[in-house]
Ligand binder design. Structure first.
Ligand code: PBG
Length: 330
């Protein structure tokens, strides 16, 4: 630590010029820090804007392939795909989730064919496929069943891996699912498929626009507090991370992002593993709304928040701003 004091020490000195600010910057942010979440819908040549996520659309599979090439050209290393399953294919047993030719599997294959050098991440959870909008199977009382769901999640991860997914990301918050997915992948010959565990995923009010995007908002019965974490808890997040790492997760994620940077920091310091954060749909929508209301400059708000994730210790950030940020940063 420095022992100098004012006026020998003037911390403003290095802030005087852009070049010296650049020299002493402690954190860097670039396109390679970003994962771009994309929504998939049926059809061909389709782009469907999402009203509660201004600037974000659902794309048909052929146009997902274009987005994969766009990611490559922008230097974004990975895209994350989420399906808007047609209503007729949603059911109580989520059968469509295990169909090897479902929308997400076709999108994965198209993305990998179009831009093989871009990583493809898929979400493992049943909510885009269930008639009730929950992430797992539900019993007659409305309880989301843990162990029965875990078996289904392992089957879901297998069809995604077979389609070419590079990272499977369980976002369901069932206990024991990372271990079950890891051993299913191992047995099926997918030893190198990575698992990014949504390890500390909170029952958050920031997911609304996402649920519009995947079409589950109107379907959801009740809330997800019986499996997603209580925003009051931090020690419990550390236990979740420890479990997921012990079960074979390669990366862990904290979600939502900005309101939970304390969790990111604690996880990074405790475990020294790659930590990712998901700047979720409601966070994105808040920035867009603030900019539209004239409360701040959208690009500046975007870059400042993304830098905050990196400063807190993130290896990378899932953000709907990924293409816009990458354009500004490159
Ligand atoms: C579903 C899932 C959700 C998100 C990612 N995967 C929503 C939820 O848990 O209800 C939220 C992402 C976002 O809001 O951007 N398993």
């Amino acid at each position: 630590m420095t022992s100098a004091a004012f006026p020998a020490l003037r911390l403003r000195r290095t802030r005087t010029h852009a070049w010296s600010r650049a020299l002493v910057a402690e954190t860097s942010l670039g396109p390679a820090d970003l994962i771009w979440p994309l929504f998939v819908t049926e059809g061909e040549g389709v782009e469907e804007p999402i009203a509660t996520l201004p600037g974000v659309s659902r794309w048909s599979v052929d146009r997902i392939a274009e987005r994969a090439r766009e990611a490559r050209d922008l230097g974004i290393p990975c895209i994350a795909l989420f399906p808007n399953t047609p209503a007729a294919l949603r059911s109580d047993d989520a059968a469509e989730a295990f169909n090897p030719d479902n929308l997400i599997c076709r999108a994965v294959a198209a993305a990998k064919a179009a831009a093989p050098e871009v990583g493809v991440l898929t979400d493992v959870a049943l909510d885009p496929y269930t008639a009730h909008g929950h992430d797992g199977l539900v019993d007659a009382s409305g309880y989301v069943l843990n162990d029965a769901t875990v078996q289904k999640l392992a089957a879901q991860a297998l069809v995604q891996a077979a389609a070419g997914a590079d990272i499977v990301a369980p976002s369901d918050m069932m206990d024991g699912r990372v271990g079950a997915i890891r051993s299913a992948l191992e047995q099926a010959g997918h030893a190198n498929v990575q698992i990014m565990a949504y390890a500390a995923k909170y029952a958050s009010a920031f997911y609304g626009p996402f649920r519009d995007a995947v079409g589950s908002r109107g379907l959801l019965k009740g809330d997800k507090k019986g499996y997603q974490m209580d925003p009051a808890n931090a020690l419990e997040a550390l236990r979740e991370v420890a479990l997921d790492l012990a079960e074979g997760a390669d990366h862990v994620m904290v979600k939502p992002g900005l309101p939970y940077l304390d969790i990111v920091r604690r996880v990074k310091e405790r475990f020294e593993v790659p930590v990712f954060a998901y700047q979720v749909s409601g966070e994105y929508a808040m920035i867009e709304a603030a900019a539209a209301a004239g409360a701040g400059d959208r690009d500046a708000l975007m870059i400042e928040t993304l830098m905050a994730f990196k400063r807190a210790g993130c290896a990378g950030i899932l953000t709907y701003h990924a293409p816009a940020a990458a354009r500004l940063l490159s």
